[in-house]
Design a protein around this ligand. Structure first.
Ligand SMILES: [Fe+2]
Length: 209
């Protein structure tokens, strides 16, 4: 008996009598109500062109932020070596902060009447961040990847913040400057300091008598 047949039997059996209104309506399909890339205008006193421009820009930042978020989780799991514990914790903290950014950016896109990119396969097509290997890499390589990804996000976020400002979209400008740019700059600092070649025990510039 296949799944549909067993469901029909259950629906029509004596024990199901009188439960018609309580039966879940399963396996429904219909055309999407808004295609990706189209704007369903909301009354937020912003012209459509400004919304279209901000939605496009924010979807690029969203895709790249999702990849950066996932890169942090990958490295949180795969990190190794004598700084394992601190980097394991730091990478997960940054993952959490990037996850918050993802939600802020995605919901800003919806507020502007657009549609946020959501699924990994679509994100993979859109992102500008190079795809890392599935395998494990050394800490300096992990860090270089993270710093490169941050720089891609920062560069586009700055350009897009200026564009939103010119279009009168203050909300998008504020999100990009106060949240995206400042969070990414702070994370770059915390990560980059780990690849400064400092001696662990004996100072290199030590004066000998
Ligand atoms: Fe964990």
């Amino acid at each position: 008996m296949n799944r549909t047949a067993s469901f029909e039997t259950l629906k029509e059996g004596p024990s199901a009598e009188g439960t018609e209104r309580a039966q879940p309506q399963l396996h429904q399909q219909a055309r999407e109500i808004q295609p990706f890339g189209k704007i369903a205008k909301l009354p937020i006193a912003l012209d459509e062109e400004a919304c279209v421009s901000s939605v496009q820009a924010l979807n690029q930042v969203l895709a790249d932020t999702m990849v950066l978020r996932d890169l942090y989780k990958k490295h949180h799991w795969q990190v190794s070596g004598h700084t394992f514990y601190q980097l394991h914790l730091l990478f997960d903290k940054h993952f959490g902060e990037q996850s918050e950014l993802v939600d802020l950016i995605a919901e800003r896109i919806m507020m502007l009447g657009g549609i946020s990119v959501a699924m990994a396969a679509d994100v993979a097509e859109m992102t500008l961040i190079p795809r890392p290997p599935k395998g494990r890499e050394e800490v300096p390589v992990q860090i270089s990847r993270l710093l490169h990804a941050h720089e891609i996000v920062l560069e586009e976020a700055r350009t897009m913040a200026r564009q939103a400002d010119r279009n009168g979209d203050d909300g998008t400008n504020d999100l990009l400057v106060s949240n995206v740019i400042r969070t990414n700059e702070s994370q770059v600092w915390f990560v980059a300091e780990h690849v400064v070649d400092e001696p662990l025990v004996r100072a290199e510039g030590q004066e000998t008598e």
